[in-house]
Design a protein around this ligand. Sequence first.
Ligand code: ATP
Ligand code: MG
Length: 393
Amino acid sequence: MNDILLLKPGELFLKGLNKRYFEEKLMNNLRRRLKHVGRFEVSCRQSTFYVEARDEESDLDEALAAAQQVFGFASVTRAAACEKDKDVIARKAIEYLRDDMLAVKSFKVETKRSDKRFELTSIELSQYVGGLLAEAYPNAKAQMHDPELVVHLEVREMAAYVHARPLPGAGGMPVGSNGSAVTLLSGGIDSPVSTYLIAKRGVRLVPVHFFSFPYTSELAKEKVISLAKLLEPYTGRMTLQIVPFTHIQEEIRRCCPEEYFTLIMRRFMMRIAEDIALHNDCKAIVTGENLGQVASQTMEAMASTQSVLHNIPVLQPLIGMDKLDIIAHARKIGTFETSILPYEDCCTVFTPRHPKTRPTLAEVAEAESAMDIEGLVKEAIAGIERIKIGYEC
Ligand code: ATP
Ligand code: MG
């Protein structure tokens, strides 16, 4: 009999009327994630999700690591399977939980029994196995209140399962359960983290990158593709939109006062992002902005960038975080090492020596008034390159 994985969803969102809807999203997201790892059977009963390997090559530990990246699960546990016989179950618990039992001074056994024809009740089985565990491990005594270790037994249709010490799941809500948003993905440290955090709130994402070839190299584009691939285990499949930005930047340099270059560039990014949102059923724009970090991230500068939008919110999950916290997140999700590779970003091309930090809206509008804004936006959108991420299987 083979081991299985047991996954428990986060409780909060499973309580309401939408329970079925959330469970279906979770099921689909988990199945899709596991397809990258091997052949697995996924099922759900009484709000617990079960994963079984379908063949020898499909590794359950790899599936466990992958499942820990799927938003919406509170915990993931590997459980040992055995025959539904009280002595076999006890032997399995003694053998399978050896390291855990040797490490504690107290434990208790909890049983769930969906096969009601089983020879013992839940309480009887807990007591029986608890007694044999206490004999096998004299270092640990059975204790009902606040034990160090809880041993779980489950008696189900096909087999019995033994497990303990669930590992943390990714938390959050199932991707796709909270609509879609465009996320502005540069090659920096911040925007992969903002993308991750909004995906964690259940949002499907459409990443957009502004690319200024030849001022930024092919390697800079490859870096963004790599970042999108690193995010995909969390976000699910995405279509990365690479927007040609060179002509816009050259026009800004030709037509506008230098101190406004960055602000005007960011206004173009927002206009294009809103258009992409409109055409991809996205209801928000996500950025990695962080208050006060650079000249374009003052409140005045953000007011100026956002004033070009018509009817769409900008989500800035990093706005109040410390840089060190952002870096810790980037390390945890595995994007940091790629983000610090030294390729340039379009923001560093034509950077003004003295950027305007407290612009008024009227000043910025005046500064960009010589440009054909509509024409440039249209041209950039017509030239978008779309790259599918995570569609291989
Ligand atoms: P990051 O570390 O994400 O690059 P940053 O600290 O460098 O952020 P800015 O350069 O001001 O900050 O950019 C703010 C946000 O604007 C970024 O987090 C990202 O969401 C978006 N952005 C900046 N440059 C680009 C780009 N070339 N393509 C797509 N989005 C971008
Ligand atoms: Mg940057």
